[in-house]
Design a protein around this ligand. Structure first.
Ligand code: ADP
Length: 677
């Protein structure tokens, strides 16, 4: 061991003195260790920092004041090498370590060690600084940087950082995602690589060529890697980036906004068209259509109402009802409006008067409230139809209907009265007809008896049974005979007609040999036609021709027709023709006689009617023959008609149905069957 010289002592004392002095002013902890690492000096700041007094730490190893996790670093302070050379890994370095306070609390420190040789022995001087505050600030910085980065990458807007020439320096994740480039690709690109070329050409002011600054917020179009065009809104500003001047541009994707704007424009366009169409429709509807605000002013009107008031549509707008209509009428309209405004409910089909330039008219009006978002009535829509004509029509119709009803009532009464009268007449007619028939039947019967007696006695007289008559007596008796026979014929005919009319006569169908019957009639008439020199011609008559009819009555028909033909024919011939048709037999009696004038056609079948002419008058007759003939034909369910030409001749045709016999037989069977029930 070396002896300590006075100089050394002096020297040491001097150093110690300097150190102590220094340590008084030092903010940092200053400690001294010997070559074994034991603490030999501990200043006030060290005491304050670690909580140990100098006394407590002297001869302690520095390691015990350092946190074990940092120990390996502290270990580097290893003093074995240091002892000899004053060299150590930690010497002349600043280490960041964790110190341990007396109360065991750990805190960050910065330790700087330097070697000092004192009396040939290496000592270490350590300066320890509490770096808690710095560490905290650093952490905060790191945190905020982290936040910024997160924000940078997660913000919905794309952020481009460009140098002043327009080259990309940095971009955020949104930019990459939106345009489809990777960050490293961006860093090789220029802002013009993403700007739509046509837009740059159209708007050269879009980007300042010199500075590449977007002067204001502008809308432009960016082109993605895949060529997709994306409308954006971009704003750029010159700033510092990593201490270099740069342009920071923020771009927002406005695709959705553009779509919305487009939709809005389209809907505006549609609305305009719709509004035009609506106006056109409203103007062409023949009704008053308008809407008003709740203060009684017109907001919109159609052409009809404008025309009605001789005004232009725009002249009406903003006006109140009271400026257009007489006060009373305007008030009445307004009262209805107020009802709609306060109740919020429509008023439909109000009939109201309407004062126009052409006079008073009538309207059928409906008022409908338009409710706003707050549920209040904002407008009233009014539609009115002019019902003046309809009203007029209605009152006319009413008057007409009333008149008609009265007329109908009156006429019905008249008709009823007439019907009543007619019924009475019919009753009377029926009564008198019955009376007439009965009367005629009785009278005919009553007359025939004495007449038959007259004829009988006359015949006896003529035959000279009561003595020979002189010329004159014979003459008179012949007259009596002729007249009596005529009277008897007439009475017989009247009786027959009456019987047929009162349905007292039935026909008795028999099989008739037509040839025989015709021959029989003709031979009866022979004296008559021989006298005149007339020819009787028979046509269509087959031998043994059979027909079915009531023998007596059928004979009467033939007799009447043939006798008439002979009576009214002076020369020529009388033809009887028979025709066998499908369902009936036809009989025609034709003559070449005087004929019948057309004007007399309607009297031929009427009772007691004869054609008025000197010739007819000269021929005896009663005008009953054809009336009876027709009835007999009808009894056989046949028809009779004639054709005639005055001076040329006449042809009577009558028919008898073939099935008459079966019909009559059937009737008979049914009748007898019924009578037996
Ligand atoms: P009547 O022969 O007794 O006068 P009828 O009833 O037989 O009565 O005939 C009515 C009238 O019809 C006759 O008076 C005559 O004027 C007209 N008449 C009938 N048959 C003929 C005929 N064949 N030719 C012309 N006139 C006829």
């Amino acid at each position: 061991m070396k002896s300590v010289s006075s100089v050394d002592i002096k020297e040491r004392k001097k150093v110690e003195e300097e150190l102590r002095l220094l340590s008084q002013y030092a903010q940092d902890a200053i400690i001294q260790m010997n070559s074994d690492g034991l603490i030999t000096y501990w200043n006030k700041s060290a005491e304050r920092l670690f909580g140990y007094t100098e006394k407590e730490v002297l001869s302690k190893n520095l390691h015990s004041l350092l946190a074990p996790q940092r120990y390996h670093k502290a270990h580097k302070i290893g003093f074995s090498k240091f002892k000899k050379s004053g060299q150590g890994a930690a010497i002349n370095k600043t280490l960041e370590l964790e110190g341990i306070k007396k109360d065991s609390a750990e805190f960050p420190i910065e330790l700087s060690l330097s070697a000092v040789q004192i009396k040939g022995e290496w000592n270490a001087i350590g300066i320890i600084r509490d770096i808690s505050k710095r560490k905290k600030i650093e952490q905060k910085l790191r945190d905020s940087e982290e936040k910024l980065r997160t924000l940078f990458d997660n913000i919905n807007d794309a952020i481009y950082i460009l140098d002043l020439k327009g080259n990309f320096i940095n971009v955020n994740a949104t930019a990459c995602k939106r345009l489809g480039y990777e960050k490293r690709e961006f860093l090789q690109m220029h802002i013009h690589d993403i700007n739509a070329p046509e837009l740059i050409a159209e708007n050269p002011q879009l980007i300042d060529e010199k500075l590449w600054i977007v002067k204001d917020i502008v809308e432009t179009v960016h082109v993605a890697k895949n060529g997709k065009k994306i409308p954006v809104e971009i704003y750029g500003k010159q700033s510092l980036y990593q201490n270099e001047p740069a342009i920071i541009a923020v771009s927002r994707d406005i695709t959705r906004r553009k779509i919305t704007e487009k939709q809005l424009k389209e809907s505006e366009k549609k609305y305009k068209i719709l509004s035009k169409e609506l106006e056109l429709i409203l103007d062409n509807i023949p009704a008053l259509i308008f809407y008003k605000d709740t203060k009684n002013n017109f907001i919109r009107v159609n052409q009809y109402i404008a025309d009605a008031h001789n005004m232009k549509k725009k002249e009406l707008i903003g006006r109140s009802l009271f400026e257009i209509y007489p006060k009373d009428q305007a008030q009445a309209y307004w009262d209805d409006d107020l009802e709609v405004i306060t109740s919020g409910k429509s008023k439909l089909n109000i009939e109201e008067p309407w004062e126009t330039k052409d006079g008073l008219r009538w309207l059928l009006t409906s008022k409908i409230p338009l409710i706003d978002v707050n549920g209040d009535v904002a407008r009233i829509i009014v539609t009115s139809i002019d019902i003046t004509e309809r009203k007029k029509g209605e009152s006319l119709k009413r008057i007409f209907t009333e008149k008609l009803e009265k007329e109908v009532q009156y006429r019905t009464k008249e008709l009823n009265d007439a019907l009543e009268k007619q019924k009475l007449y019919l009753d009377q007619i029926e009564k008198s007809s019955r009376f007439k028939t009965e009367f005629l039947a009785t009278m005919s019967h009553e007359l025939r008896t004495p007449l038959n007696a007259i004829i009988g006695f006359t015949d006896l007289l003529l035959e000279g049974i009561f003595g020979k008559l002189n010329e004159e007596q014979l003459e008179y008796i012949k007259d009596i005979d002729e007249s009596s026979n005529h009277l008897l014929d007439m009475i017989t005919n009247i009786l027959d007609i009456s019987r047929i009319e009162s349905s007292q006569v039935t026909i008795n169908i028999e099989k008739i040999q037509l040839n025989n019957l015709i021959d029989n009639v003709i031979s009866t008439l022979r004296p008559l036609y021989n006298e005149k020199g007339l020819i009787i011609d028979l046509k269509g008559l087959k031998k043994e021709q059979l027909i079915f009819a009531d023998r007596i009555k059928f004979k009467q028909i033939i007799y009447n027709l043939l006798s008439n033909a002979i009576k009214f024919t002076e020369k020529g011939k009388v033809t009887f023709e028979f025709r066998d048709s499908k369902d009936m037999w036809e009989f025609i009696v034709k003559d070449t006689g005087i004929g019948i004038a057309e004007k007399d056609f309607n009297i031929i079948f009427k009772e007691f009617k004869r054609v008025k002419s000197a010739y007819v008058d000269s021929i005896p007759g009663s005008g009953l023959g054809l009336a009876l003939t027709k009835r007999i034909v009808n009894l056989h369910e046949g028809d009779i008609l004639f054709t005639s030409k005055l001076g040329k001749g006449t042809a009577f045709t009558f028919t008898i149905p073939k099935n008459l016999s079966s019909k009559v037989n059937l009737e008979k069977i049914v009748k007898s069957f019924l009578s037996k029930l």
